[in-house]
Design a protein around this ligand. Structure first.
Ligand SMILES: [Zn+2]
Length: 185
């Protein structure tokens, strides 16, 4: 096993401390060289940390790590969402398969019209699903921010979000939610 650098060891200890505070299994951490920003992968219960994140100043780094560990508390819901999506797509796709498998060749023109209707319905469902998943992921982000605020304090979380917003990493809704949290506290 390669020796971890000091910054990487530091991230691991932050993750372990946050996971203990949030009563969740500590996620694995993978250090990557890309520049996509930190992210959480529910399937592998893993946080990916890029080089730019490693170089963040300490207060900002703490919030970023707390936010990502916050996502680990949502793992069950994320995986259920994923399983539900796969099942729904499979169920939807099985409809035309059954129709075509049970129709005789002479019926072909009679099934092609409902078949076309099915394709239209399939794309409509896809659009609804994309809107729903955008809403779900926005809710996951707000919840992870709330967990970061509970660990590091709403004032430092807001300061971190403002820095990230200036870099274009986060949207205004997350900033507004954190400001409201700070006012309520
Ligand atoms: Zn997030």
């Amino acid at each position: 096993m390669k020796r971890l650098r000091v910054e990487e060891q530091h991230i691991l200890s932050l993750v372990a401390a946050d996971a203990a505070a949030l009563h969740v299994t500590p996620p694995h951490v993978r250090f990557v060289t890309g520049c996509a920003g930190p992210c959480y992968e529910a399937l592998f219960n893993r946080i990916e940390v890029d080089r730019a994140t490693l170089a963040l100043p300490e207060p900002l780094l703490r919030i970023v790590v707390a936010h990502e560990v916050g996502h680990a508390t949502q793992r069950r819901t994320m995986l259920l969402d994923f399983a539900w999506t796969v099942l729904s797509v499979m169920a939807l796709l099985s409809i035309p398969c059954v129709v075509f498998a049970t129709s005789s060749d002479e019926d072909f023109w009679r099934v092609s019209v409902p078949g076309f209707g099915f394709v239209v319905a399939f794309f409509a469902c896809g659009k609804i699903w994309r809107m729903r998943s955008a809403k779900r992921s926005a809710a996951f982000e707000l919840d992870a921010d709330a967990k970061a605020a509970s660990l590091c304090g709403a004032a430092s979380a807001l300061a971190a979000l403002e820095v990230m917003a200036a870099r274009g990493h986060i949207d205004a809704a997350r900033l507004d939610a954190m400001r409201a949290r700070l006012e309520a506290a």
